[in-house]
Design a protein around this ligand. Structure first.
Ligand SMILES: C[S@@+](CC[C@H](N)C(=O)[O-])C[C@H]1O[C@@H](n2cnc3c(N)ncnc32)[C@H](O)[C@@H]1O
Length: 273
């Protein structure tokens, strides 16, 4: 692990995540089913709705081999398996997340997804072994975007797709910290869309689609704030983020509202060899 990776694993990990999710659901582990898990599942703006907006248009068939890079606790992987019949390998740097992903998938009855510990910048997979790679709210933790795109190009088959949904820098200002992916600016590696496009080109990708999803973000934050106002504890990301979750969400919301950052979708296709 390099210094950034150790910092990222420290930031997200060591919080007994699986036990905290079970406690937030409020049932005995033996009684928990897929529907109970869903509210806690996806650690990104817009949760399942945003995942579907990114992936539905791909129209890929059941059996598609997918690598979900920075899979977190495995919610996107479980959604891909259930909704599309894809066979998903999740990769994540944080041991606590890989352990929670594995246990939650067992509970949810997802028998095809598997979860592997490792870094996006040194992936333990054979060349050309996947049809699709996904990256959902992970690039903000990776400074070396060129290295990331080169690593993804290596594991994708020619013609394979890379679909990402990251928070990017879209204005001159910076968010206040902490934010959900970093406690301090030193641990945050936000990039502008241009840096992603340049890294993609250098690794041999062609752009298929790009969309700013600030609309999804505004609706998502409004729903979260309404839940807090009405005394309903919002599930999902706040449970994962730990004690200063509210401060992180407030800083993220303000920075999206000011236009300095935005969640952006990009879909690339790897050129033929
Ligand atoms: C905000 S969470 C998103 C999790 C998941 N994609 C989701 O949307 O639910 C970011 C995740 O990226 C992982 N991550 C960050 N840098 C990584 C890297 N270099 N390699 C693999 N995983 C990484 C973190 O451990 C964390 O689980």
């Amino acid at each position: 692990m390099n210094g950034i990776e150790a910092e990222v694993a420290r930031h997200y990990g060591e919080r007994n995540l699986f036990e905290r999710i079970v406690a937030a659901i409020g049932k005995d582990e033996a009684e928990i089913g897929a529907a109970d898990i869903r509210a806690h599942d996806e650690f990104h703006i817009g949760q399942g709705e945003a995942t579907e907006r990114l992936l539905d248009p791909l129209g890929l068939p059941p059996g598609t081999k997918v690598l979900d890079i920075g899979c977190g606790i495995g919610g996107p992987a479980r959604r891909m398996a259930a909704r599309y019949g894809w066979v998903v390998t999740g990769l994540d740097l944080t041991p606590d997340f890989v352990a929670a992903a594995t246990r939650l998938s067992q509970i949810a009855g997802d028998g095809t997804s598997r979860f592997v510990l490792g870094s996006a910048l040194g992936m333990p997979f054979a060349p050309e072994s996947f049809d699709l790679a996904t990256l959902i709210h992970v690039g903000m933790n990776i400074a070396d975007k060129q290295g990331l795109f080169a690593a993804v190009a290596r594991v994708l088959r020619p013609g394979g797709r890379f679909a990402l949904y990251d928070i990017m820098r879209t204005g001159p200002g910076h968010p206040d910290y902490p934010v959900p992916w970093a406690e301090t600016p030193a641990a945050s590696h936000l990039s502008a869309p241009d840096a992603y496009r340049a890294a993609a080109r250098a690794a041999g990708f062609h752009t298929e689609r790009e969309a700013d999803r600030s609309d999804v973000a505004r609706a998502f934050f409004a729903a979260m704030q309404a839940a807090i106002r009405e005394g309903r504890a919002p599930g999902g990301p706040p449970v994962i983020m730990g004690a200063n979750a509210r401060e992180k969400v407030a800083n993220l919301t303000a920075a999206v509202q000011s236009g300095d950052i935005a969640p952006v979708e990009m879909v690339f296709r790897k050129g033929a060899a």
